[in-house]
Design a protein around this ligand. Sequence first.
Ligand SMILES: [Fe+2]
Ligand SMILES: [Fe+2]
Length: 404
Amino acid sequence: MKRRHFLSRTSALGVVGSASSSLVQAAESDDALKVEALIRSPLVVMAPRRDGVELIWAVSRLSRGRIEWTGPNGESGQAHTDGFGFYPQSDTVLRIRLDGLKPDTEYTVRSVTEAIDGDAEIAISEWRQFRTLAGLERDHASFVVWNDTHIHDETIRRLYELTPKADFQLWNGDTCNNWKDESLFVPVLLNSGGCDLTAKQPLFLTMGNHDVRGKYAFEMPRYYATPSGRAYWAMRHGPLAAIFMNTGEDKPDDHPSFEGRVSFSRFREEQAAWLKEVIETPEIKDAPFRVLFCHIPMRLNEEVIVEDYDLKGKNFDFYARSSRELWHESLVKWGAQVVISGHMHQEEWVEPNDQFPYAQIVGGGPKPEQARYIHGEIRHGKLTVRLHNLENQVTIEKSFLALG
Ligand SMILES: [Fe+2]
Ligand SMILES: [Fe+2]
């Protein structure tokens, strides 16, 4: 059923070339279920910046790809050179970084994919619209956040229908349960729940503890993009300075369940050293609004310190204790107003206090009753963050005033 849905949508992408008419016709019959379309996902717009985005799409066989773009006032161009002088080529996923665009500006893009092995075939996607991030002069901003979808496709579809258009979306970890099979990456990350995830806005993704599990988890970075090319970054968008960090796993690196795959102790220290410096950079330091996004909460109202990480993995960190020990001082110095996280599969609000001057918002989970989309809006000198359930009711609403 899912396969039929996917192929019929692929035929609507505007496939051209020698194989196109047979493919489109086949897509309308049961025989289509045997056909592997050249493009296997929507064109996903990720890692927005003021001067560009990164575009990712999945292919079914060895292909090369390029991006065609149009901008305001009749500007247009193509992007097709990777960092080593090659045309982007792959038999699984193509990705192209688009540079040199103007801030706070609408662009349209489409992908052109050409098979380079076997039968000749060219597939052209539909045009896709996005807006680049804005410079300091913009006084408003908006974002939406999903947490902990864990491949619950019905929840993802409901969230997708309800989530309003914003300047960017963040998928804040636990997209999956366990990358035990490479075939999961395309449907989970690039066509989740059969949804065209970036039809409304470009997407950021931060990894959760489940995203680093499974023997193929190390391959996940091939299927998503960040502005920095690393799992942590900072950005300024209008009045908002946002820092995105990777809290890693919920147990020590040497826990037997990880089988030696993770190295988060060093990675948290690396991020701590980076955080110390990035909070001193002008655009981040002086922003009117300062938000940290990370999967595991920095704070909870009831913080249990785990003494024994048992072998079965039943005892684990509900809050990011080891990250907080390294990052807290910098977060306070920066003046972080709120940390937005998931991981708990239940919503929670933690007030700021003298020791922890940053608030904490937690929300989202795979089951319909746990699911939330978080909508942040900066308008008229105020950041308002609202959590919405799948009935589209506001379950938590908090506001933060601009810092001086
Ligand atoms: Fe989760
Ligand atoms: Fe989690």
